[in-house]
Design a protein around this ligand. Structure first.
Ligand SMILES: Nc1nc2c(ncn2[C@@H]2O[C@H](COP(=O)(O)O[C@H]3[C@@H](O)[C@H](n4cnc5c(=O)[nH]c(N)nc54)O[C@@H]3COP(=O)(O)O)[C@@H](O)[C@H]2O)c(=O)[nH]1
Length: 816
């Protein structure tokens, strides 16, 4: 308990001490240290003094006692009081001796002495016992002996007063010294205060000033070069560091403010208690808020109810798990404007990882969303016709097939391709083409039910999905309805245009349930409809697939034929209808198949055209024909002004290397450019008239001639023919073959010849087989003819022979 009280007192004293100013504590410590040191020193000194004085007195008593006891032996034996007293009186020499007493052996007083200063202190009549002797003086008993026989006792008592007086004097002296030392300590402590406490005070004042003024450029003054000076240096360095950091913090804060002010993004900060702490102007603009201190609750109230749950969940993740969040939110602003925003936010920590709040950025994505909607519309709908596009069609096809499988009903897929759309586009322009497409789209949409999907999947290609089909008859009825709808003329740019479509139809699940297969089926059926003469519909059949397989087999075989040099060239002469000279030859390829014999080009050129193999084949034909005919010309077997005509396929015609290739062939085969003529079908040229003109100009720049092949079948307009840089026009065999039976064809043939002459073109009639045809052509001034009447296509050897014979006949003036 006492210990507890003691320790409590001690701790409260310590607390009191610790709360004192440093200066006071320094003074206290100095005084306590000085006081304790002096006290201890004085105590030690006094104790030593006392001990030494006591020892001196005792020694002195011993000496006196020994001397006197020795001297008084006889006097005591004889009880000579006077002598005894005389001996005792020697004690007078020592002022400190209080009394001296001599006792006989029977312990009675024999003689006594006392100092004058202690008259009242007499010797007791009997020898006092040591334990009963009550005196604060020093005293001692000495036995008096004679022949070692005790005969009495000497008692001497010395006063302590002198000792005490000396002690007292010393104490007074010590106190004076202590007080002086205290004063000195106080003085030194004050000095120490100046040395230690003042710089500290100054540091503290500087710090207070910095804190009050918030000016971190203030520095403490260094007055000492000691440890305190070092402390001031360190303090100033610390201030410099703080100042630097403060400056950089200010700069970064300024940057942040400027950035946020200029930011196209709305920036906000929320404190850990979820109060909106800061928002920039852009944030206010996006939210249409003018309030200086917007409230987070107000912001939450702007959120579209459809997004509220999402936002709450994300917000909880942010504030509870400190997870970063990013989400798109719809807001209704105070001015009722509907806004889409993109919000990103994450927790903000200080350097020590203490949560400062949440920082976020908001951008207005309303325009982006609108564009997205527009893009989605564009992504799924054809902008011209408003019909579903290929992508939406494919989605619907997948869904419809699944629906058909589920419901057990049938679905029909129609693939429609407009007949001759390209011609309208090329002749009347793209605006007209657009009008046509829109009208066709309308008619198609009006022909089917609302549940059915009409799509425009390419330029002039459409698809129709007919769902819930009960019988093939229903599909047939729809296809017929479409053909009927298309048969009415469409008014475009003041002209009535007649258009038609070719329709391929496939059914699910009967034909397939695979959407890709269905697409392929419908496509095949559509091509079949085209082949059947257009403006009709065809249902898919397995035979169509077989023709595809056959197609693939041919493709493979063509590759082998190229590798194994199975192609050969035949030449069909062209004859002048004025003098029956051979004006040239048309090169016609043949395939010498090892198993199937000679295969004519109609059976492999279309496949080679589709697969692109025609480029290699065509290049080979061009080079080989030029080489062979050049050789015949050089040998004078072929007339020097005769031409070799080479057919160019559509793919070859659009090959960007064509002109270069021609130049190269002319060079390596050494055939004069005027001896080479390229035949390009009318339909190839009409695919893209402007491009065709450009390519033909390039071809013409090589010096070779161009002939339009199969003229009359490609629906070309006279205005284009006028612009084509061509030399020859070949009237298609289909017009010649019905001469003289078909008056129309005859009239067309005559008109074409006349028109070609007006355009300064040479006219060649194809497929001349009969004399009547020849006569009619001659009558109409057709320049040249080509056909079985003159010669079938000939091998090189046969041509050689033919030319030799013709030359001979000519020299014999033979005429047909
Ligand atoms: N791109 C290339 N096409 C070529 C090449 N070689 C030929 N062809 C084209 O193939 C088509 C068929 O040609 P082909 O079987 O050789 O038939 C030609 C003649 O044999 C045939 N002809 C000629 N005269 C008559 C005739 O009096 N009666 C009749 N029934 N047929 C006749 O006509 C074909 C030539 O026609 P054209 O080319 O229109 O002048 C054919 O389109 C060839 O062009 C080639 O190397 N590359």
């Amino acid at each position: 308990m006492a210990a507890k009280q003691h320790s409590r007192r001690e701790s409260s004293a310590m607390t009191l001490f610790k709360t004192q100013s440093l200066r006071r504590r320094l003074v206290l410590i100095s005084l306590i240290t000085t006081g304790l040191t002096l006290l201890l020193a004085n105590f030690a000194y006094i104790s030593l003094e006392y001990y030494l004085a006591k020892r001196d007195t005792e020694n002195k008593l011993q000496v006196l006692g020994d001397v006197i006891s020795d001297r008084i032996t006889a006097a005591l034996t004889f009880n000579d009081k006077a002598l005894l007293e005389s001996n005792l009186n020697t004690l007078q020499s020592d002022g400190a001796i209080v009394r001296g007493c001599i006792y006989r052996q029977d312990q009675t007083l024999a003689a006594s002495y006392h100092s004058k200063a202690h008259e009242r202190i007499d010797c007791p009549n009997y020898l006092p016992r040591v334990d009963t002797l009550k005196t604060y003086n020093f005293s001692r008993f000495f036995p008096v002996t004679r022949a070692e026989e005790p005969i009495g006792t000497l008692y001497i008592e010395s006063s302590r007063d002198q000792l005490l007086e000396r002690f007292f004097q010393f104490l007074v002296f010590s106190i004076i010294i202590m007080l002086t030392a205290f004063a000195l300590a106080l003085f030194l402590a004050n000095k120490l205060k100046d040395v230690i406490s003042r710089p500290m005070r100054e540091l503290s004042d500087t710090l207070t000033e910095i804190l009050n003024k918030k000016v971190y450029s203030i520095r403490a003054t260094k007055t000492n070069n000691d440890e305190l000076g070092d402390l001031v240096d360190l303090f100033n360095r610390l201030l410099t560091t703080i100042d630097d950091e403060n400056q950089s913090l200010k700069a970064s804060e300024e940057r942040f403010r400027k950035l946020t002010a200029l930011s196209p993004v709305g920036i906000f900060q929320v404190d850990p208690n979820q109060n909106l702490q800061y928002v920039n102007q852009r944030w206010r603009d996006i939210h249409g808020m003018t309030n200086d201190h917007p409230d987070l609750q107000d912001w939450f109230e702007m959120i579209n109810p459809k997004d509220l749950v999402n936002v709450q969940e994300a917000w909880n993740r942010l504030v509870l798990d400190q997870e970063s969040i990013a989400l798109e939110i719809r807001l209704t602003r105070p001015d009722m404007a509907y806004t889409w925003i993109h919000l990103m936010a994450s927790a903000l920590y200080d350097r020590d990882g203490q949560l400062l709040g949440y920082l976020g950025a908001i951008s207005d994505i309303s325009e982006l969303k609108a564009a997205q909607v527009q893009m989605e519309t564009l992504a799924f709908f054809d902008p011209l016709t408003g019909l579903a596009n290929r992508r939406l069609f494919k989605n619907r096809l997948v869904t419809s097939v699944k629906g058909a499988i589920r419901s057990g009903k049938s679905m029909a897929l129609m693939f429609l391709d407009m007949d001759q759309f390209k011609r309208v586009n090329d002749t009347l322009g793209h605006d007209a083409g657009d009008v046509l497409l829109k009208e066709v789209s309308n008619r198609l949409s009006n022909t089917v039910r609302e549940n059915d999907t009409v799509s425009r999947i390419g330029g002039d290609e459409f698809t129709i999905l007919l769902t819930d089909i009960s019988s093939v008859q229903d599909v047939r009825a729809v296809a017929e309805k479409i053909l009927r709808a298309m048969s009415k003329p469409i008014r475009v740019k003041g002209q009535d245009i007649l258009t038609s479509v070719s329709i391929g139809i496939t059914m699910t699940p009967d034909d397939s349930t695979d959407t890709n297969v269905l697409m392929k089926n419908a496509d095949l059926a559509m091509y079949s409809a085209k082949e059947q003469g257009r403006n009709n519909f065809q249902f898919f059949s397995e035979e169509m697939n077989h023709s595809i397989l056959e197609h693939l087999a041919i493709e493979k075989e063509i590759n082998e034929a190229i590798e194994r040099n199975q192609f050969t060239l035949f030449y069909q002469p062209k004859i002048s209808l004025f003098d029956y000279r051979t004006t040239g030859v048309e090169t016609l390829i043949r395939w010498q198949h090892p198993d199937k014999g000679i295969i004519t080009p109609d059976n492999f050129i279309p496949v080679a055209e589709e697969t692109g193999q025609i480029i290699d084949i065509g290049n080979w034909v061009l080079e080989q024909a030029c080489r062979q005919i050049s050789s015949l010309i050089r040998k004078n077997i072929m007339p020097a002004d005769a031409k070799v005509a080479v057919n160019l396929s559509a793919k070859q015609f659009t090959d960007p290397d064509l002109a270069g290739r021609i130049r190269n062939v002319l060079e390596i085969t050494e055939i004069p450019p005027r001896c080479l003529e390229l035949e390009i079908t009318e339909s190839t040229l009409m695919d893209d008239v402007e491009a065709a003109i450009r390519i033909m100009q390039e071809i013409k720049s090589t010096g070779v001639s161009i002939a339009i092949d199969d003229f009359g079948t490609g629906y070309s307009s006279l205005s284009y023919i006028k612009r084509f840089p061509i030399d020859v026009l070949k009237v298609d065999r289909s017009f010649v073959m019905d001469i003289p039976d078909d008056k129309n064809d005859m009239a067309i043939t005559a008109a074409v010849i006349a028109m070609a002459h007006k355009l300064d073109l040479n006219v060649v009639a194809e497929g001349v087989e009969t004399d009547e045809q020849l006569q009619y052509l001659r009558l109409n001034n057709c320049d040249e003819g080509q056909g079985y009447l003159f010669s079938r296509p000939l091998s090189l050897g046969q041509l050689h022979q033919y030319l030799v014979i013709s030359a001979e006949r000519r020299s014999n003036s033979y005429e047909i």
